[in-house]
Design a protein around this ligand. Structure first.
Ligand code: 2AM
Length: 176
């Protein structure tokens, strides 16, 4: 049976994605590297890796009911993952509500036989890959405010020149 590479993420609104794209362009003269396409920018909450089609279907069916409390996240800095040669935008550390969302998601995923990675959660939006230096530039003056009310389940499909992301399900926003 074929496997599908899946992850849960927060997906930015088009205006926020455009602002993140500006952050990427602003950092590129300093860092070098390859700018991520604006329509693919996201913040991963849980990377599941390859999942059998039956399990992928079960997760897609259950995701609409996996409602999350709405919240706000401030992205105020660039950071670098040296080993992966990534420049990212994000907060210094996960704020408590986002950490709780991450932990709750993995707690639920355990019912499907999926286990969280041992590394701590480092919320980030990858902006540039294959960067050429280790130090991030200073961030733009105004932080970005991310207002979220749902999570999305995304399939990552390999294609020439990178990955294509397809949103397969999303959680229902909680009514006010
Ligand atoms: P990255 O942007 O830091 O590479 C899809 O690949 C998403 O899942 C990306 O946001 C990626 O993070 C994240 N991810 C987390 N762990 C991963 C892993 N082991 N392999 C590939 N992607 C991973």
């Amino acid at each position: 049976m074929s496997a599908i590479r899946l992850f849960f993420a927060l997906w930015p609104s088009p205006p926020l994605a455009a602002s993140l794209g500006e952050w990427a362009q602003a950092a590129r003269p300093h860092c070098g590297g390859r700018v991520m396409r604006t329509e693919t920018l996201h913040l991963t909450l849980a990377f599941l890796g390859p999942v059998e089609a039956q399990l992928a279907d079960a997760l897609a069916a259950a995701t609409p009911d996996r409602c999350v409390p709405p919240g706000e996240l401030e992205l105020d800095r660039y950071g670098v993952f040296k080993r992966q040669r990534i420049l990212w935008a994000g907060p210094r550390e996960a704020p408590a509500p986002l950490q709780a969302m991450h932990d709750g998601l993995w707690h639920w995923l355990a019912d499907y036989g999926l286990a969280a990675p041992p590394q701590p959660f480092r919320p980030h939006v990858t902006l540039l890959r294959n960067i050429e230096r280790d130090d991030p530039p200073p961030p733009p003056p105004d932080p970005l405010i991310w207002r979220y009310d749902r999570l999305v389940l995304v399939a990552s499909e390999s294609q020439t020149g990178g990955s294509r992301y397809r949103i397969v399900a999303q959680s229902r926003p909680l009514s006010p």
